[in-house]
Ligand binder design. Structure first.
Ligand SMILES: Cc1cc2nc3c(=O)[nH]c(=O)nc-3n(C[C@H](O)[C@H](O)[C@H](O)COP(=O)(O)OP(=O)(O)OC[C@H]3O[C@@H](n4cnc5c(N)ncnc54)[C@H](O)[C@@H]3O)c2cc1C
Ligand SMILES: NC(=O)c1ccc[n+]([C@@H]2O[C@H](COP(=O)([O-])OP(=O)(O)OC[C@H]3O[C@@H](n4cnc5c(N)ncnc54)[C@H](OP(=O)(O)O)[C@@H]3O)[C@@H](O)[C@H]2O)c1
Length: 285
């Protein structure tokens, strides 16, 4: 018979360290917006340097292989939504109910670990654009994530007189993360001190919805074609002399907008060849 107080001897097996995740970072905060969207913050590896707008691979360990029992990391590309100076990293995520990663990732809680490969890359960076007067950020859905980083990046306001952010989503609730973030800039003491009091007045925010009633309905592409977006914003049509743009949305959106910008005379740039606009997919499809 074993008494409750009796100590079990520590065997080599029980003493063995629990294997930790490779490149593990700890979740510090999770916020849910809709049944399809959430954001979370994680610790930042001390050695990680990145440019605002870049993405990294993050994930969890996959299910054990039925034959070998071995687990492999299940990783996906994610834009870093926090700016390069932030001591933590923020991500803004979809929840795909049968998605290999996000069916699990949507259940993470503060204190949990996830895998973060510290190799940032991407084209939505200031270095890929020539100097200009007005910077446009065009997003659909979670394509807002890189702009959440760039909207908190001092260089954005140092380099441009005006920043226009358009965000097209199906439903009103899908705008919440972006809307709250932009509203929060007004009262962000650190940013107002570092960039300059009232820096946020350079931002023109243009949220639109396509499948639920909101003050501004329609795809941004259609609103630009009709001229309505330019009238609403009080700015002229984009021109290569003054305007620079970054695009992040679904593939069809990216292609359509790319064609429109080319029509205005803008040329696509890259890290190695800065030009007038850059594009990145918000997800693969
Ligand atoms: C460069 C790059 C950056 C990315 N950044 C982000 C990010 O910041 N936040 C984010 O949530 N996702 C981002 N993604 C998508 C991400 O890599 C995964 O696809 C997503 O996390 C879903 O993973 P999953 O394994 O659950 O499903 P997957 O098997 O990867 O995807 C299943 C399906 O879900 C849909 N889907 C996937 N991602 C999205 C999305 N973001 N929005 C709407 N539908 C989607 C697509 O139809 C896809 O075929 C990015 C992708 C790329 C290529
Ligand atoms: N959002 C939801 O409530 C919802 C729910 C269940 C499943 N899903 C699935 O999840 C996936 C992604 O959905 P999502 O809503 O995140 O992203 P999405 O389908 O990429 O749509 C996001 C926004 O982009 C707009 N858009 C799409 N193509 C465009 C184009 N060529 N030019 C301009 N705007 C364009 C959409 O308008 P339109 O509405 O006009 O297309 C919508 O407002 C889809 O496969 C979808 O079937 C979505």
């Amino acid at each position: 018979m074993t008494h409750m107080t009796e100590q079990t001897p520590v065997t080599t097996q029980t003493a063995k360290a629990v294997p930790t995740l490779p490149d593990a970072q700890t979740v510090t905060e999770v916020k849910h917006y809709t049944d399809r969207l959430f954001s979370f913050r994680v610790t930042r590896p001390a050695s990680l340097r990145f440019r605002s707008g870049e993405f990294v691979m993050i994930g969890l360990m996959g299910d054990p292989d039925p034959k070998t029992g071995k687990q492999k990391p299940l990783l996906r590309a994610y834009s870093i939504a926090s700016p390069s100076w932030d001591e933590e990293l923020e991500f803004y995520s979809i929840k795909v109910q049968d998605g290999p990663l996000t069916s699990k990732l949507q259940h993470i809680k503060p204190g949990d670990d996830l895998i973060l490969r510290p190799k940032p890359v991407g084209t939505l960076v200031h270095d890929a654009l020539l100097p200009g007067k007005r910077l446009w950020f065009f997003a659909t859905g979670t394509g807002f994530a890189p702009f959440a980083s760039l909207l908190r990046e001092p260089q954005t306001y140092e380099d441009y007189d005006e920043i226009i952010i358009t965000h097209t989503c199906r439903e009103v609730g899908e705008l919440t993360y972006g809307r709250d973030l932009i509203a929060g800039l007004q009262t962000d003491e650190l940013l107002n001190e570092v960039i300059g009091d009232g820096f946020w007045k350079k931002i023109k925010y243009y949220p639109t919805t396509t499948r639920e009633e909101s003050p501004k309905m329609g795809r941004i592409t259609d609103l630009m074609r009709s001229g309505e977006a330019f009238t609403d914003l009080g700015v002229p049509v984009l021109s290569p002399e003054t305007d620079r743009a970054m695009i992040c949305g679904n593939l069809a959106f990216n292609l359509e907008l790319k064609e429109m910008l080319e029509g205005y005379g803008l040329v696509e740039g890259a890290n190695s060849n800065p030009q007038h606009y850059v594009v990145e997919k918000a997800f693969l499809d």
